[in-house]
Unconditional design. Structure first.
Length: 141
């Protein structure tokens, strides 16, 4: 084999290796970025679910147990605020659903200890957010 042919093969191999390395590095970078985004969404979603469960405990303590210390509306407002803030990290659909929870909480919170207050719309909106979060978690890459 002539030197010219050997150099051609060598150059082709070098160029192909560089191209392959760049493609591999690009894919790896993209995959790590997607994984990090999914991890952030997953972490925020689990935290929102936990906070919503704590909010339900506040609602049940106030409405059904008539316990004004465990069912304190100010504690509920903190839970609603935290869940709303974290919902922005999960996605726009969850954030919009949390706006509904916030509105329901705003309407119901002053009257939670009143037996005539219907807390079902509030509980239903919380359940809706949880179901949407579960859907988001199932669809992550």
């Amino acid at each position: 084999m002539h030197l010219k042919a050997k150099l051609k093969i060598y150059y082709f191999t070098a160029i192909f290796s560089v191209f392959f390395a760049i493609a591999g590095f690009s894919y790896n970078t993209w995959r790590m970025e997607v994984t990090e985004d999914n991890n952030n969404i997953r972490t925020a979603a689990f935290e929102v679910i936990i906070v919503l469960a704590e909010l339900e405990q506040v609602i049940y303590a106030a409405h059904y147990d008539q316990n004004e210390s465990e069912g304190n509306p100010r504690v509920g407002w903190v839970k609603v605020g935290l869940a709303s803030d974290l919902s922005a990290l999960v996605g726009p659909e969850i954030e919009n659903s949390m706006k509904k929870v916030t509105a329901e909480w705003s309407d119901a919170s002053p009257y939670l200890t009143d037996r005539d207050t219907n807390v079902k719309p509030l509980i239903d909106s919380i359940t809706e957010v949880r179901m949407k979060i579960k859907h988001v978690l199932k669809t992550l890459d």
